[in-house]
Ligand binder design. Structure first.
Ligand code: MN
Length: 249
């Protein structure tokens, strides 16, 4: 399998995993940067992630326009192009509406922060982007390049931005990382919400703990790969999982 085929194959798996893990439903999407051209990325046509196959994947440019493809693209594809444009280090992006994250986008003064070890990858600071700040009354969807860039600006160098009344955008150094982050982000949010319900002070992960978990991260490390294999198998894509030869240990 060549690099491009692998990227498309893995993007299909990522779509299916995010659907199976209830991160996305009919809505939400995941993209990956082109392995040979950093000014391009791959994202499915407008279709529920659970239904996506490799033939549904479309190449887009950084203004989020499909390249040589006339099929219906996602309305909110601008989230992806803008983040890839502003963050050369980012290789994959997820946008979703996972319910457990939503309270933290609307309860002012209650930041979402890592509280469980698997939530450490969301990073110490999760900013909230409010589309109304610059664009007033909209339908809340990121429907053009300008709105995408404004979201990317709020994301800054962080891994995740919440979108007020809407969902989140997550950016990762690899597809496996962004999927992992997107699966554990709602779980971390749920743990934090429940802890708040119990009352008392919350003990967040310490910066040193977050740093310790990030140190030496690799998408092909045994522990990360184990999760990818597990999730892929669970969503019926076990037969599609392949590890790049150079990364085999
Ligand atoms: Mn959306």
């Amino acid at each position: 399998m060549n690099a491009l085929d692998r990227v498309i194959n893995d993007l299909v798996i990522a779509n299916r995993i995010l659907a199976k893990e209830d991160v996305v439903d009919a809505y939400g999407h995941v993209s990956i940067r082109h392995p040979d051209n950093p000014k391009r990325f791959f994202l499915a046509r407008s279709l529920a992630p659970e239904l996506i196959t490799k033939d549904d994947i479309i190449e887009h440019d950084l203004e989020s326009q499909p390249v040589k493809d006339t099929r219906q693209p996602y309305l909110e594809r601008f989230i992806h192009g803008a983040i890839f444009e502003s963050r050369p280090d980012v290789m994959a992006v997820v946008h979703a509406h996972a319910e457990d994250t939503l309270p933290f986008g609307i309860a002012n003064g209650t930041p979402l922060r890592p509280v469980i070890h698997s939530g450490s990858f969301i990073g110490a600071h999760v900013p909230v982007w409010d589309i109304a700040d610059r664009f007033g009354d909209t339908n809340l969807l990121v429907a053009n390049v300008e709105q995408g860039r404004d979201l990317a600006k709020t994301l800054g160098s962080n891994n995740v931005a919440l979108m007020r009344g809407h969902g989140f955008a997550a950016a990762g150094r690899s597809l496996i990382e962004v999927v992992r982050m997107s699966v554990y982000l709602p779980r971390n949010a749920r743990a934090l919400s429940r802890a708040r319900d119990l009352g008392g002070d919350i003990t967040y992960l310490r910066q040193g703990e977050i740093d310790a978990r990030n140190r030496g991260y690799s998408p092909y490390s045994p522990e990360t790969w184990r999760a990818w294999e597990y999730w892929a198998n669970k969503c019926g894509c076990g037969h599609m999982v392949t590890k790049p030869d150079t990364e085999k240990k």
